[in-house]
Design a protein around this ligand. Structure first.
Ligand SMILES: [Zn+2]
Length: 118
């Protein structure tokens, strides 16, 4: 059974909201390299030039880098899901091509696989 339009719209709204949220959070610590692809680069903030400032900068950057990687990965999953909606393959398991249950998509709209294949 194919997914009805109402459910699809709901999931699309959820994905768009998630995308905005991720972009907002990424914007605090990174700058977009390619927004379409969800590619970001962590920004290095200059706090000052003395030794303590430099150490804090490096700590902050290291922390931001790991947060940025996590957010970027999630954003790419969301963009990927939106792309699958466009080309009509959304809701199909990337592994076995079976349908992903709607409940699973509601919990995680960017899910690529069914429960058996996850
Ligand atoms: Zn599967």
């Amino acid at each position: 059974m194919a997914m009805d339009k109402k459910t699809l719209d709901e999931l699309k709204d959820a994905l768009i909201a998630e995308k905005k949220d991720l972009e907002k959070n990424l914007g605090r610590i990174a700058r977009p390299v390619d927004k379409e692809e969800g590619d970001y680069e962590t920004t290095f903030s200059e706090l000052g030039t003395d030794k303590d400032d430099n150490a804090t900068e490096v700590d902050q950057y290291t922390q931001d880098l790991s947060v940025e990687n996590t957010l970027e990965k999630k954003l790419q999953e969301v963009l990927d899901a939106l792309e699958r909606m466009e080309n009509g393959t959304y809701g199909k398991c990337a592994n076995c091509a079976g349908e992903i249950p709607v409940e699973r998509l509601r919990a995680n709209p960017s899910a690529r696989t069914c429960i058996n294949c996850k």
